[in-house]
Design a protein around this ligand. Structure first.
Ligand SMILES: *[C@@H]1O[C@H](CO)[C@@H](O)[C@H](O)[C@H]1NC(C)=O
Ligand SMILES: *[C@@H]1O[C@H](CO)[C@@H](O)[C@H](O)[C@H]1NC(C)=O
Ligand SMILES: *[C@@H]1O[C@H](CO)[C@@H](O)[C@H](O)[C@H]1NC(C)=O
Length: 315
């Protein structure tokens, strides 16, 4: 039985699919939270360059995707075939009874687009939120305390740090950042992925759904430290850039969940804040998850791991 909510969603899905997709588009997709061109490409057997070329609305680095935006996944090769979009959107939310939505008949083709299921939950553990407005992320100088953390739990954007053999952090969603750089290794892959990175873990972690696994031999050393008094955990060490095609000229960048988040909606499970630097030119990484803002300084990205997580071991 469909609830009114389910019906409403069904209607919206139909309208958007029909309206927003160009007439030559044979398959479209509605962007969900956590998507970027690379992950969408992976989901639908496409690629970031292809998506960018198919969609004039997407910029060349694919940094302007918006949740709810309808993009084209493929266009018909010949103009003789008049195909309307058929998309079967299965929306699942954890509680509601939202089921199937649209089933539009096509004239010729039968394509089924499966939509990934997003798990979105609001974490309850980190209790209070700070009051001040979000400031922009990754400023170079010191900033006033009270950045607003992202507390939403979004698939692929949640890291977790439990021990030196069980932790996650963020990385560009494609090796070497190639998919956002015309297929070439990007010397600024880390900083350019601050809006589109994905969580990667050393091993599967139930608290980090949708996270991928680090490439084999990516992590070369890991040192875990927990400061229970202050309420933070961290893991620091060396990694091998080559295992993920990262350039050793890449000076690195910082991911964190202050302000709007880098990447947006990212977080560290069980903690209110996190700060994560990846520096291929060293090559050092550091990942710290904190209860308090002071321990996860966001304003120091230009200083690198040695300053941001100064008590880390980088051997
Ligand atoms: C994926 O795309 C490639 C190249 O476009 C194509 O050759 C292949 O058949 C596709 N695979 C599936 C499962 O659609
Ligand atoms: C978190 O999720 C809630 C409910 O889905 C939404 O209203 C809110 O805008 C989200 N917060 C952010 C920062 O995206
Ligand atoms: C742990 O945190 C407490 C409180 O912030 C601090 O005083 C102490 O120096 C920290 N310990 C280490 C080893 O960093």
């Amino acid at each position: 039985m469909r609830t009114p909510i389910a019906l409403a969603i069904a209607c919206i899905a139909t309208v958007l699919t029909v309206d927003a997709a160009p007439s030559t588009c044979t398959k479209s997709y509605k962007v969900i939270s956590g998507d970027n061109c690379y992950t969408i490409g992976e989901k639908f057997n496409s690629s970031a360059p292809k998506l960018i070329s198919l969609n004039p609305s997407i910029n060349s680095k694919c940094t302007n995707l918006k949740v709810g935006q309808v993009i084209c996944l493929s266009k018909s090769a010949t103009s003789t075939k008049k195909t309307t979009i058929k998309s079967k959107t299965t929306k699942k939310t954890t509680k509601k009874t939202t089921k199937k939505t649209t089933t539009k008949k096509t004239t010729t083709k039968k394509t089924t687009t499966k939509k990934a299921t997003t798990t979105k939950k609001t974490i309850t553990k980190p209790s209070t939120t700070t009051s001040t407005k979000a400031t922009s992320t990754k400023t170079t100088s010191t900033k006033t305390a009270g950045a607003t953390p992202t507390l939403n739990y979004t698939k692929g954007l949640v890291a977790a740090v439990n021990s030196k053999s069980d932790f996650c952090m963020f990385l560009p969603s494609s090796p070497g950042g190639k998919d956002l750089n015309n297929g070439k290794v990007d010397d600024e892959a880390i900083s350019k992925s601050e809006k589109s990175a994905n969580a990667f873990c050393l091993k599967a972690n139930k608290n980090a759904p949708g996270a991928r696994l680090f490439p084999k031999n990516f992590i070369e050393s890991a040192h875990f430290y927990r400061n229970s008094t202050a309420g933070y955990v961290q893991v620091t060490g060396k990694f091998n850039p080559a295992t993920y095609s990262l350039s050793i000229k890449d000076g690195g960048g910082q991911y964190d969940n202050h302000g709007k988040g880098s990447p947006p909606l990212s977080m560290c499970f069980g903690y209110k804040y996190f700060v994560n630097l990846v520096e291929p030119d060293k090559p050092d990484y550091c990942m710290r998850c904190c209860d308090s803002y002071e321990d996860c300084h966001a304003g120091r990205s230009t200083y690198g791991c040695g300053r941001v997580v100064s008590n880390g071991n980088y051997n």
